[in-house]
Design a protein around this ligand. Structure first.
Ligand code: NAG
Ligand code: NAG
Length: 918
């Protein structure tokens, strides 16, 4: 049994458990030797780990993690006590200039961290060499960060008053403050390595772009975490029978709700798993980027489960239905393409694709990328060094290196600094927590490996590759398992060797983020095939033909003659009610000449004025619309303006009176989904407060924005809610869901909405639209007022929603003299949306309004009109335009219907001015 062996080792059996058998040339260190030699003072750092056997190995690199710790443990002076590593000392951090313009302007950071997702949100890894050089523990300064959005703010004086709840399927739910957590529970301190599931994803992205940003191999860090074992909190709440999962929710408010995920209840109860609710990192209160003031820390699992800024612990029977639990942190089958993944909600929800435990992984840290080693320095060997980790508490039991592409392997020495903590005396306290490690056999941390290789051998080969094996005997694979999210990437780590004169130059696979460099980048750019099974190298017999990348079709949206640079100040002057300027892809456009012509009405241009509208523009405009853009192009933002705008985020005051804001996206929580027909639902959203008015004029629309679950791209569509614009607190939107059918792809937006769990957010913006009904026959079209004697309304299917608004306003006021007729076309009777309400509206204004339903596939009992929205119907009910400039036709429905009705109306003498399409 693996654990028995582990215990014997941890207790200091005579077996040398740090090092598997090594080749004779490799030094065999002794743990004793290390303790006696290296911990007593910093001055002894230079001593190699191999004190009691061979002399320190000749090496081009100076320090070795096998021997050195950045500082000594308390009590290290005593030669008889075992010692363990302590964290590196932090430098002085400050708020960085680039963060000033973001919601994270309260967070102090280290400028060395490499930003992987632009300026904001903050997703960073340290340079790989800096990470390795810090040693076993990573300083807060260099610890990697994965933030999905703005960092929630918790001031120092509020730390102890921060509360979170333990609720759900428990007999005794409770809410607890950080003060209570510290004062009334036993504290423990463990070293834990956190690893982002996306570690090494850049390699996947080079093979094929995945739906994730490009982590290099430094998406991991190790710290001493102090907190309360989560089992103690859950035990107090008394979980009920049937409870199987524990969900966590943070305070980070994101586009699709608060970040949340879940793990299994029995893991939380198992002290071996070491799951903590932590409030200290390396002995200090948590840094804002790391969850200040309290977070979950789950050893051995991907970082995405360790929820920061903890607000809720919810015990449940089912896994979390949080958006981020379902659409993140999964390895879908490799056959699923990014495009296909967009339409597979059931696949995303399949728990068997969720990632919990990390897989075995490793990387070479030295030689570093672009490191050059002289063959004439006099050194005989080079010490190749790196890290490795297993998952789920499994120890790395073997580390192998090949110089001949896997034909033969040699063993590297492996050292587990984590084991040093197991030797701490009974009752040892660190940072107020019990260093409670001796009895646990699980490994929560990374380990280090190294192997001396003769320079002559390195000179004679093309590459160095390494692989780790864990105690489950799982070995890193040769080939990549590519998947849509690009997670858990762990093929052999390969460093290429270039001989340049008397020097060896080393080349890592990739560089993080968009940084160029690395052999994968090089192979790809030269047209090589990275998945040919030979790392993109030419296979003998393969011809030299270079595969050319297909050029991406781009529509030019700029005018090459325009070269004006525009400052932020100048741009912002056009953010008001005249001469609206907006930005797409860094270019400035003047929307003024198009205010009248825009199909969405002037409001949609004013809504973008003074803003970067790239996302909205690109997602909702057709190629034709894009092709019109050079006409409106007036200049380009200067660099400062670009930086400032890219960091801008919409923050709206939740206490405001009116919900909709034409200039900013505002969030509302999905409260309920009410089924009204086989494929239609009312989506009910809760506004910020009960007295908040929706703020939508009659006849106008609002925009709804969601993220595509798979691609994360924004999906934006215009809808007309069925709530009245003056309604308060609640917003109802009736939506017909276009499901996929075997022959046809359904609607991206409507299916994503349908998949949205209750409790999640949708973004809204508006109002937009050309038309507004003011009452008493008065309306405006494109800003111009007109008085209407008779409204002829034609709609089909869910096109009823904007018509519904106008009809309600028109029939509600008994004094309104306006006449109307509504022709509503559907397939079958059950498809008629809002029928009861429509009938009620009509009943209250029978003398001036008529309503005719027509069905293309009526049942036998249907007594109403049958057939399409055809000429006979239009002629009979609408007829020729009696009063041009006064009567109007409003149309909303499927495109084919709109077209044919348009033709019929034109043939009856109606002019464009009197016809309006919603
Ligand atoms: C790359 O090589 C693999 C394996 O031979 C092959 O299946 C694949 O089609 C190749 N890709 C390209 C783009 O040629
Ligand atoms: C001993 C030591 O250097 N501890 C550092 C650990 O990290 C915290 C911040 O998280 C620093 O404040 C400590 O100095």
């Amino acid at each position: 049994m693996a654990y028995d062996t582990g215990r014997a080792q941890a207790l200091g059996s005579s077996k040398n458990f740090y090092f598997p058998p090594s080749p004779p040339s490799t030094a065999r260190p002794s743990r004793r030797g290390s303790f006696d030699g290296s911990y007593t003072s910093l001055a002894s750092l230079a001593l190699s780990f191999s004190l009691d056997t061979s002399p320190p190995s000749l090496s081009s690199s100076s320090s070795s993690l096998f021997s050195s710790y950045s500082s000594a443990a308390p009590g290290a002076k005593s030669q008889n006590r075992p010692c363990y590593p302590l964290p590196p000392v932090n430098g002085v951090k400050q708020v960085l200039t680039e963060d000033l313009k973001t919601p994270d302007s309260h967070v102090e950071r280290d400028p060395r961290l490499i930003r992987l997702t632009g300026v904001h949100p903050f997703n960073v890894e340290p340079p790989l060499s800096d990470l390795y050089d810090e040693g076993f523990l990573t300083s807060e300064d260099l610890h990697y960060v994965r933030n999905h959005g703005p960092v929630p703010k918790c001031d120092d004086q509020d730390i102890y008053d921060w509360t979170f709840s333990v609720e759900g399927m428990v007999a005794k739910p409770f809410t607890i403050s950080v003060r209570d957590l510290i004062d009334n529970y036993e504290q423990v301190t463990y070293p834990i390595t956190l690893v982002c599931a996306g570690n090494r994803r850049k390699e996947q992205n080079l093979v094929r772009k995945s739906k994730g940003f490009s982590w290099g191999p430094a998406g991991l860090s190790t710290a001493l975490w102090t907190g309360v074992p989560i089992g103690d909190l859950i035990a107090r709440a008394l979980p009920r029978r049937g409870a199987k999962y524990v969900c966590f929710e943070g305070a980070d408010k994101l586009p699709n709700g608060y970040y949340g995920t879940s793990v299994k209840l029995n893991w939380c109860r198992d002290a071996n798993k070491g799951i903590l609710v932590a409030h200290k990192m390396n002995g200090s209160a948590l840094h804002p980027d790391h969850g200040k003031p309290v977070r979950v820390v789950i050893p051995g699992q991907i970082g995405g489960r360790s929820v920061k800024w903890l607000k809720r612990i919810i015990v449940t029977a089912e896994p979390s239905d949080n958006w981020y639990h379902i659409y993140d942190n999964r390895v879908l089958p490799t056959s699923i393409t990014p495009e296909a993944s967009a339409d597979l909600p059931d696949t995303w929800k399949d728990e068997s694709y969720a990632i919990y435990d990390l897989n075995a992984n490793s990387a070479i840290c030295y030689p570093a990328h672009d490191e050059k080693v002289s063959l004439a320095s006099g050194a005989d060997t080079y010490k190749v060094r790196g890290y490795a980790y297993g998952g789920g508490g499994r120890r790395i039991t073997r580390m192998e290196v090949t110089l001949d592409k896997g034909k033969s392997w040699r063993l590297a020495g492996v050292r587990y600094p984590e084991d040093d903590y197991r030797l701490a005396p009974e009752g040892e306290m660190l940072y107020g927590g019990r260093l409670d490690m001796w009895w646990r056999e699980t490994s929560f941390c990374w380990c280090f490996w190294e192997l001396d290789i003769a320079l002559a051998e390195l000179e004679g080969t093309q590459d160095i590759m390494v692989r780790a094996m864990d105690e489950g005997l799982m070995v890193q694979p040769r080939d990549m398992y590519w998947s849509v999210l690009g997670m858990m990437n762990n093929p052999w780590f390969r460093v290429v060797i270039h001989k340049e004169g008397n020097t060896l130059r080393f080349e890592h696979p990739t560089q993080p983020a968009l940084m160029p460099g690395g052999w994968m980048d090089r192979v790809k750019k030269s047209g090589g095939n990275l998945t040919n099974g030979f790392w993109g190298e030419k296979v003998s017999g393969e011809d030299d033909s270079v595969i050319e990348e297909e050029p991406v079709k781009e529509i030019c949206m700029t005018n090459p003659k325009v070269d004006r640079l525009i400052t932020l100040e100048e741009f912002k002057q056009h953010g008001g009610d005249t001469e609206p300027w907006f930005v797409v892809n860094g270019h400035v456009y003047d929307g003024t000449p198009f205010l009248e012509g825009h199909p969405g009405g002037a409001a949609s241009i004013f809504g973008a004025a003074g803003q970067d509208a790239t996302e909205e523009f690109v997602t909702i405009h057709s190629e034709n619309a894009k092709a019109m853009m050079p006409e409106y192009h007036i200049g380009t933002l200067d660099q400062d303006a670009r930086a400032a705008l890219s960091g801008e985020v919409e923050e709206t005051d939740p206490s405001r009176e009116v919900f909709l804001d034409p200039k900013a996206w505002t969030k509302a929580v999905l409260q309920d989904k009410i089924r009204v027909s086989a494929d239609s639902k009312v989506f009910r959203f809760k506004l910020d407060h009960e007295a908040q008015q929706i703020g939508l004029p009659v006849g106008q629309h609002l925009m709804m924005r969601l993220r595509d679950p798979a691609t994360r791209d924004a999906i934006i569509r215009a809808y007309t809610p069925i709530s009245e614009g003056t309604d308060k607190g609640i917003l109802d939107v009736l939506i017909k869901i276009y499901y996929d059918t075997p022959g046809r792809k359904g609607g991206r937006m409507t299916q994503a909405l349908d998949a949205l769990p209750v409790g999640h957010f949708v973004d809204f913006k508006g109002p937009v639209g050309k038309f507004e009904y003011l009452g008493n026959g008065l309306c405006t079209v494109g800003g111009k007022q007109r008085s209407v004697g008779r409204f002829n309304m034609v709609c089909g299917g869910s096109g009823v929603t904007p018509i519904f608004q106008v009809l309600r306003a028109l029939t509600k006021d008994p004094a309104d003299p306006t006449e109307c007729v509504l022709l509503d076309g559907n397939r079958v009777e059950e498809d008629i949306l809002c029928r009861v309400q429509l009938d009620a509206f009509l009943n209250s204004a029978k003398h001036r309004c008529r309503l005719i339903h027509t069905l293309t596939r009526p049942s036998e009992t249907w007594a109403g009109r049958k057939g399409r929205m055809d000429r006979a119907l239009i002629e009979a009910e609408i007829g020729p335009c009696q009063q041009p400039g006064k009567d109007m036709v409003l149309i909303c429905g499927p495109e084919t219907m709109e077209k044919s009705v348009h033709e019929i109306l034109k043939s009856l003498g109606w002019t464009e001015d009197d016809i309006l399409f919603f």
